[in-house]
Design a protein around this ligand. Structure first.
Ligand code: TYM
Length: 335
C-alpha cells in the first residue's frame, strides 16, 4: 500500500532522549519532505498517570521546541498539542465501543506501566483506544514509531477493521513504519531494557543534555555483562555500535564504524575507544540541535506555531468527526 499521510505522537512528560530521536523523530523529519506529516504532542495520554498540572503545559511547549530543534519544520509538518483538538477524545469514546476488553487486557505496555503505579486509572487501560483515535481521526495510513509501539498499532488496525465492518468503510488500516535501524535503542546502564524516560537518569541520554553529562553516561555505559559466548557481541556493545552507526549516517563518517567493527572482529577493540567515538559522533548531531533549541526558547514563537498547527489539524479532525457521527447515527445535527 502507498503511504500518503503519516501521523505520530510523543508524550510531553520527561525529556526527549536519543531513543525517541533515532527511533522516531529523525524519521519524522525525513518524511516531512515527501509525505503529509502530522505530529502530535499527546498531553491527554500523559494524564493517564499522575502528572503535576503545574508543569504539564510547559512540558508540552518544551517538547514542541525540542521537536522543532530536532528537525520538525512546522511549516511542512502539522505540529500541535493533542488537547487543543478535543475531537481526539470524542473519537476515542466511539472507538472504545468497538474495542474488546480482551484485546486491551493483552497490551504489554499496560501490564508494564500498571505494575509501577499505585493508582491504576481506567485511562491507562484504555490508552491504546485514544492512540487509535489519534491516528484514525486524520485517516493516516502510515505511523512512524519505534518498535515498542507496534503492538498498539496492531490494535489500532483491529479497531479500524471492526469499525469499518460495523459502520461501513470509513478508516484506512494504518501501517506501522519502523526504521531499519534505531527502532529499539537500549538503556546504557541496562542494555537488556529499552532506553526510556521512566527508568531513571542513568538509563537515557537526553537530546538536550549537557555535554559533560553525556560524556559521563557514555563512558560508563555497560559493555560486558558476562553474557558473551565465544566472540558474540554483548547487548551493550551492540547498542553502542547501533548508536554509532545511526550517528555516523548523519555525520558521513561511516568508515569509523568499519574500523571499530574490524577491531572487534580481531579481538583488539578497546571499549574506551568505542565509547569516545560514540560520544564524539553523537555530539556532532546533538550540538546543532541544542543550539537551535536555545534560539527557539529565546524567540518565544512556539505558542503561535502550535496554534497554527492545531487549526490545521482541527480542520481535518472535524471532517472525520462529522462523517463518524453520521455513520454511527449520533446527534441530531446530521441528516
Ligand atoms: P513515547 O512518547 O513513549 O515515544 C515517542 C516515540 O519514540 C519511540 N521510542 C523509541 N524508539 C527507539 N528506541 C527507544 N528506546 C524508544 N523509546 C521510545 C516510540 O516508539 C515512539 O515512536 N503511545 C506513544 C505516543 C502516541 C502515539 C500515538 C504514537 C500517542 N498516540 C499515535 C503513534 C501514533 C508513546 O507513548 O510514545
Amino acid at each position: 500500500m502507498m503511504i500518503t499521510r503519516v501521523f505520530s505522537g510523543i508524550q510531553p512528560t520527561g525529556t526527549l532522549h536519543i531513543g525517541n530521536y533515532f527511533g522516531a523523530v529523525r524519521n519524522w523529519a525525513a518524511m516531512q519532505h515527501d509525505l503529509e506529516c502530522i505530529i502530535c504532542i499527546v498531553d491527554y495520554h500523559a494524564i493517564t498517570i499522575d502528572v503535576d498540572p503545574k508543569t504539564l503545559r510547559q512540558a508540552s511547549l518544551n517538547m514542541a521546541m525540542d521537536l522543532i530543534a530536532s528537525g520538525i519544520d512546522p511549516e511542512k509538518t502539522i505540529l500541535f498539542v493533542q488537547s487543543d483538538v478535543p475531537e481526539h477524545t470524542e473519537l476515542a469514546w466511539i472507538l472504545g465501543c468497538v474495542t474488546s476488553f480482551g484485546d486491551l487486557s493483552r497490551m504489554t505496555q499496560f501490564k508494564d506501566k500498571s505494575s509501577r503505579e499505585a493508582f491504576i486509572s481506567s485511562g491507562l487501560f484504555t490508552y491504546p483506544v485514544l492512540q487509535a483515535a489519534d491516528i484514525l481521526l486524520y485517516l493516516a495510513d502510515g505511523v512512524p514509531v519505534g518498535e515498542d509501539q507496534v503492538q498498539h498499532l496492531e490494535l489500532s488496525r483491529r479497531i479500524a477493521r471492526r469499525f469499518n465492518s460495523r459502520f461501513g468503510e470509513t478508516f484506512p488500516e494504518p501501517e506501522p513504519v519502523v526504521g531499519k535501524k534505531g527502532g529499539r535503542i537500549m538503556s546504557l546502564s541496562d542494555p537488556t531494557a529499552k532506553m526510556s524516560k521512566s527508568s531513571g537518569e542513568a538509563h537515557y541520554v537526553g537530546v538536550m543534555e549537557a555535554e559533560t553529562s553525556i560524556r559521563k553516561k557514555v563512558r560508563s555505559a555497560v559493555t560486558d555483562m558476562g553474557l558473551e559466548s565465544g566472540d558474540a557481541m554483548s547487548p551493550g556493545v551492540a547498542n553502542l555500535f547501533e548508536i554509532l552507526e545511526l550517528s555516523t549516517e548523519a555525520t558521513g563518517e561511516a568508515d569509523l564504524v568499519d574500523t571499530l567493527r574490524a577491531d572487534f572482529a580481531a579481538g583488539t577493540l578497546m571499549y574506551s575507544k568505542l565509547k569516545d567515538t560514540v560520544f564524539e559522533q553523537l555530539m556532532e548531531i546533538l550540538r546543532p540541535i541544542q543550539q537551535k533549541r536555545a534560539k527557539l526558547e529565546a524567540s518565544g514563537e512556539v505558542l503561535e506555531l502550535l496554534r497554527f498547527g492545531a487549526e490545521k489539524a482541527q480542520t481535518i479532525a472535524q471532517d472525520t468527526i462529522v462523517q463518524v457521527r453520521s455513520v454511527v447515527g449520533l446527534g441530531t445535527a446530521n441528516p
